[in-house]
Design a protein around this ligand. Structure first.
Ligand code: AMP
Length: 216
């Protein structure tokens, strides 16, 4: 299965990707995760992108596209792939098409996770992440058993610097301006699948698996 997951911040792309990764065993590429890893390791790239990320701004197209291109050249994608958080602009969507046609693995579906603003704010302000393994928590819906400690690996659980109301507003504005238009880009290719992502993650996964099964 060859997918991109689209949708506003907080639509549940990361949560759905980690559920699907297990059931589909395909390559998962999250540009946000790759960039956060670079920041954690304090690399040159990590230092360059920090200002963009902490303030909710988009990292320049050529930087993220290169990361995605490297992933495709470094990994076998025979079983498929799932991109989460990329593309975020029309330029990225066009570049992605070029990369995919070069590796001869064109997209099957662009899955659009539709979510409403109150749900997005509630998800993002409560979201917590393990600094070590990336496991996702939520202060209300899925708090870690021991405060501040990851249930999976014992790592430190933290709140992303960009998950505060002020930065969420900037990220939503950028999403509406730059990312929402690519929904039409994929609709025009006949590849768009819409899913109501206000539902809980397991329900969204079941609905999506049904759609994907029908399309096989
Ligand atoms: P995410 O984890 O997908 O919410 O991404 C976190 C942040 O990383 C975003 O707010 C951007 O600053 C940056 N980022 C991730 N993916 C992209 C992308 N495709 N294009 C530009 N910036 C990105």
């Amino acid at each position: 299965m060859k997918l991109v997951l689209l949708g506003p911040p907080g639509a549940g792309k990361g949560t759905l990707a980690s559920l699907l990764k297990n059931s589909l065993s395909i390559l998962h590429i999250s540009t946000g995760d790759i960039l956060r890893e670079e920041m954690r390791n304090n690399t040159k790239l990590g230092r360059e992108v920090k200002q963009y990320i902490d303030h909710g701004k988009l990292v320049p197209d050529e930087v993220v596209t290169k990361l995605v291109e490297n992933k495709f050249s470094g990994h076998a994608v025979n079983h498929g792939y799932m991109l989460d958080g990329f593309p975020r602009t029309e330029t990225q969507a066009e570049d992605l098409d070029r990369i995919l046609s070069r590796v001869n693995r064109p997209l099957d579906y662009a899955v659009y996770l539709e979510s409403s603003l109150p749900v997005i704010i509630q998800r993002l302000t409560g979201r917590r992440i393990c600094r070590n393994c990336g496991a996702l928590f939520h202060m209300k819906n899925k708090p870690p058993k021991k405060a501040g400690t990851c249930d999976e690996c014992g790592g430190e659980v933290y709140q992303r610097a960009d998950d505060n109301e002020e930065t969420i507003k900037i990220r939503m504005d950028i999403y509406m301006k730059n990312t929402k238009p690519i929904i039409d880009y994929y609709a025009a290719q006949g590849k768009l699948q819409k899913v109501d992502a206000d539902k809980d993650a397991k329900e969204v996964q079941d609905i999506l698996m049904k759609i994907l099964d029908e399309g096989r």
